[in-house]
Write a protein that binds this ligand. Structure first.
Ligand code: HPA
Length: 282
């Protein structure tokens, strides 16, 4: 298989994007499960199906469209990704983080990532939004890290620091925007699990004692690659279901529930993204 961290595949993907759009984005926004319609906010956008971009991993999941949307939002040139690829689909870590490497090389300095997540924190309710302040990378702790392999020192260091992976200033700004818009924004630690099976009650209790507030199947590998290359990251989880830490025969989690809850969250997520884009530094 191609080395997707090498210049050639990244440059080939960029050449196709530049051929199809004159927009030169500085902000990249990844739309998670059920959150795709945020892209409707970009009028007259250039739309590129990701299947037409060389080397781009395809999305196979219902609720994930697989398109790049390039245009202007709040006076900024932005790139929205509808439909990311996930590790549980069978893609490897290099494949799922290829879009981040392309965005970095395109000149994007701010990576805004959204996802659907299960709430581990008992104070969280379905429909809450949570700004991510830190993460726990379960597959990563066992060795599945997207930076494993040769390091390109021109992109970032061999051993990148992750203390401030989620930019503190962007987190504060997100809190201010939410307060001004009149809704509360949770803050917490996101646990990345490989999926696709949802967690057992015992696994959920493990993640909770480890300090996790929310659990999901994406985001963290992307954030590691973004942080390694020096991008500023803002991560937002939509809490689409409550994780059941005790076995309960009536409590089950389904992908449909996750997509439905995603819809409830969209108006607040839109307000948050608009507010952050209009107020953040370049
Ligand atoms: N677990 C893992 N991933 C998820 C969940 C969950 O409960 N909800 C949405 N994505």
């Amino acid at each position: 298989m191609n080395d997707l961290t090498a210049s050639q595949p990244i440059d080939e993907a960029i050449a196709e994007i530049k051929r199809r759009s004159a927009v030169r984005p500085t902000v990249g926004i990844v739309l998670g499960s059920g959150l795709s319609e945020l892209a409707d906010e970009v009028p007259g956008a250039d739309i590129i199906p990701t299947g037409e971009i060389p080397h781009w991993p395809g999305s196979t999941v219902h609720g994930h469209k697989g398109r790049l949307v390039l245009g202007r939002l709040e006076n900024r040139d932005v790139l929205l990704l509808q439909g990311r690829s996930h590790y549980y689909e069978g893609f490897n870590m290099q494949q799922i983080t290829f879009p981040v490497r392309v965005m970095h090389r395109l000149g994007i300095g701010t990576y805004v990532v959204t996802n659907a997540a299960g709430g581990l924190n008992p104070d969280f309710a379905v429909g809450d939004l949570m700004v991510i302040k830190d993460h726990i990378n379960m597959p990563g702790l066992a060795g599945e890290n997207p930076l494993r392999g040769p390091n390109d020192d021109a992109v970032g260091p061999r051993f990148p620091d992750m203390t401030h992976a989620y930019d503190p200033a962007l987190r504060r700004l997100a809190q201010r925007v939410a307060a001004e818009a009149g809704f509360s924004l949770r803050e917490g630690i996101y646990c990345f699990v490989g999926g696709p099976s949802y967690e057992t009650p015992a696994e959920l209790r493990l993640l909770k004692v480890a300090g996790g507030d929310a659990v999901g199947m994406s985001t963290v590998p992307e954030v590691i690659v973004a942080c390694h290359s020096g991008m500023r990251v803002l991560g937002i989880s939509s809490i689409t279901n409550q994780a059941h830490l005790e076995p309960d025969e009536h409590a089950v989690v389904s992908h449909e529930e996750v997509l439905e809850a995603g819809k409830l969250i969209i108006p607040r997520l839109k307000a948050l993204i608009h507010g952050v884009l209009s107020a953040m530094d370049s």
